[in-house]
Design a binder for this molecule. Sequence first.
Ligand SMILES: Cc1cc2nc3c(=O)[nH]c(=O)nc-3n(C[C@H](O)[C@H](O)[C@H](O)COP(=O)(O)O)c2cc1C
Ligand SMILES: Nc1ncnc2c1ncn2[C@@H]1O[C@H](COP(=O)(O)OP(=O)(O)O)[C@@H](O)[C@H]1O
Length: 304
Amino acid sequence: MWITSTPERALTPTAIALGNFDGVHLGHQNVIKPVLSHSLRSTVVTFHPHPREYFSGEPCSLLTPLEEKISHLKKLGIQQLVLLTFNRELASLSPEAFVKEILINQLQPRYISVGEDFRFGYKRQGNAETLRTIGEQFGIKVNIATLETNQQQRISSSRIREAIVAGEIELANELLGRCYTLNGAIVAGEKRGRTIGFPTANLEVPRNKLVPRYGVYVVKVTSTTVPILDPHPGVMNIGMRPTVNGKQATIEIHLLNWTGNLYQHTLNVELKQFLRPEQKFNSLDELKNQITRDCQQAITIHNQ
Ligand SMILES: Cc1cc2nc3c(=O)[nH]c(=O)nc-3n(C[C@H](O)[C@H](O)[C@H](O)COP(=O)(O)O)c2cc1C
Ligand SMILES: Nc1ncnc2c1ncn2[C@@H]1O[C@H](COP(=O)(O)OP(=O)(O)O)[C@@H](O)[C@H]1O
């Protein structure tokens, strides 16, 4: 849901300012352009925690955890993110009560845009048309966006999640309209990588980030905290490292033809292609030979 709202009341329930309210940062171009008049702010409204988490009672892994969502929305020039706490009280509001108590009383929107399949209110009783009808009574224009499709199928987050879990990263990227990205800080590992000629930076992602299928990927890496070539090509292994009897899953990145220190820095890793599943090799030499081949394949793919 996207709402253009006035600023005074929008700071309840929880509003996260994404940028300068006098203007909008447009991605990396560093252009500041005033686009809104009459103090309206472009606002994205989302539920937090995710309704799926609320109903299942279990933490669920997400395509875009909150921090990452904020970063994407900032790049798009959205000025404010509003989080509605999804709890029993919110879930029990009728569609009319949701519109009046949450939207009208607190956000004061002038214009709302939702997707065709939007559902809201107790037991998902309200839909996009309901919102339009109720909105009209309050002078709010409701835009109903038609759904994007791919191969005649609706693009849904569950379809994207399935592709990521299956390692079908190119399909996931096509459906997302951008590359699936892992963000996090680089932490110390067992310092073995450097001894086999392939130092690998260990990435720590948020606990609720959906981790792709275990295996080796071609990646592109950017960072705002370290002067690496932007974006820099690399290879990434996700998994248990059976060759070295790893005890827990790690996400490790080797940057091609690069040396430097990445500890404590933050990397954004864009997944481009799945190369192969993880394997248990009989020796470190065999592993090293395979990683050499992975790097060669990655260079070919990057040059295409
Ligand atoms: C491109 C690439 C492919 C890898 N493939 C495998 C693999 O198939 N099997 C495996 O056990 N470990 C694999 N690894 C992980 C290595 O075992 C790991 O990087 C090495 O043990 C160094 O670990 P350290 O960073 O904790 O020192 C791979 C690493 C990279 C960078
Ligand atoms: N090309 C490179 N790719 C990834 N990390 C590199 C590279 N060159 C140097 N490094 C440094 O080496 C570290 C990884 O070395 P490694 O021996 O695998 O140690 P660790 O087990 O602590 O990850 C990285 O965190 C980074 O600081």
